[in-house]
Design a protein around this ligand. Structure first.
Ligand SMILES: [Zn+2]
Length: 148
């Protein structure tokens, strides 16, 4: 039986994180069952640096939502650095929001469009660029034990 926290958790301000954790858990559980995995040992999750989620809350939610196949599962969450591409000269570059002051990092983290106010192409100085990586969440891999 899969135990999932439902409506109560949805009313939390951190709804994004809980909805996300539920999606990860149900996808991983389904995948494990389809592949005759009897115990999941590791779940690797990638979260884009500009994705508006708190990793600590996702981790907490995952712990709460463990299914019977996940009694001994280690959840590994990795942040994917933001990557930008200049629309003017085509130059690509990355940065971690930690390079900025806390206020600026927070602004960029919660409103990625704000990045245009603070960031310019290091090659040509143009503020016209796109975010090519750093958004989205992926279930990168699942490790488990099979009976046979
Ligand atoms: Zn440029």
């Amino acid at each position: 039986m899969i135990v999932i926290l439902k409506n109560e958790s949805m009313t939390f301000p951190a709804m994004h994180e809980w909805a996300l954790a539920e999606g990860i858990i149900s996808t991983a559980d389904k995948f494990a069952k389809e592949n005759n995995i009897t115990s999941i040992t590791e779940i690797h999750i990638m979260i884009g640096e500009l994705q508006q989620v708190e990793h600590d809350i996702v981790e907490f939610a995952l712990e709460q939502l463990r299914t019977p196949l996940m009694k001994n599962t280690k959840f590994i969450i990795k942040a994917i650095p933001a990557k930008f591409k200049c629309r003017n000269c085509g130059h690509e570059w990355t940065f971690i929001t930690g390079d900025f002051t806390e206020d600026v990092s927070e602004a960029i983290h919660f409103v990625p469009e704000m990045a245009h106010v603070f960031i310019k192409c290091p090659n040509c100085g143009s503020p016209d660029f796109e975010v090519s990586e750093g958004r989205g969440v992926w279930l990168q891999s699942i490790k488990g034990i099979k009976d046979d």
